[in-house]
Design a protein. Sequence first.
Length: 131
Amino acid sequence: MLFMLPAFCLFVACEKDDITDESELMITVEDSGFLTEELSTGITDLSSEEEPLIYPNPFKTNCYLLIPEYTGRMVKVIISDDTGKFKVIRDSRNQGEETITLKFSKVPAGNYLCDVQIDEMVFRYELLKIE
C-alpha cells in the first residue's frame, strides 16, 4: 500500500478495513516537494485469518456464530446482557471451522454482548434480539 503525502499533510484518511491493529503500515513519500520517509508500525499482519461472524443480527430466536478455522487454539464464547449477567457458551480448543447456534428463545428482547476470545484475540459483537 503506497500513500503520497504532501509536506503539509498531517493524517491519512482510509476506510476502517484498510488498516487493522494487526496490519503493517508502510508510508513512502516521493522527494519532489514531498517528505521522503518510510514508517512502519512493526506489528505483524494477521489479515490471513478471518474474524468470527454472527448472523443474522438483529434476530428473533436464534443466531449463529461462525468460527473460522483456528485449529488448536483456545476459543471461549461468552454472552452477557445489559445487567452484567453472563453465560459461557464454549471454552475449548478449536478443531476447525464450526458454526455454533446461540439460542435466545428463553430470554427477553434486548441488547446482548457476545465476546469471542481466540487465544489472545478478543472479538466483541453487539447483538439485538427483537420480538
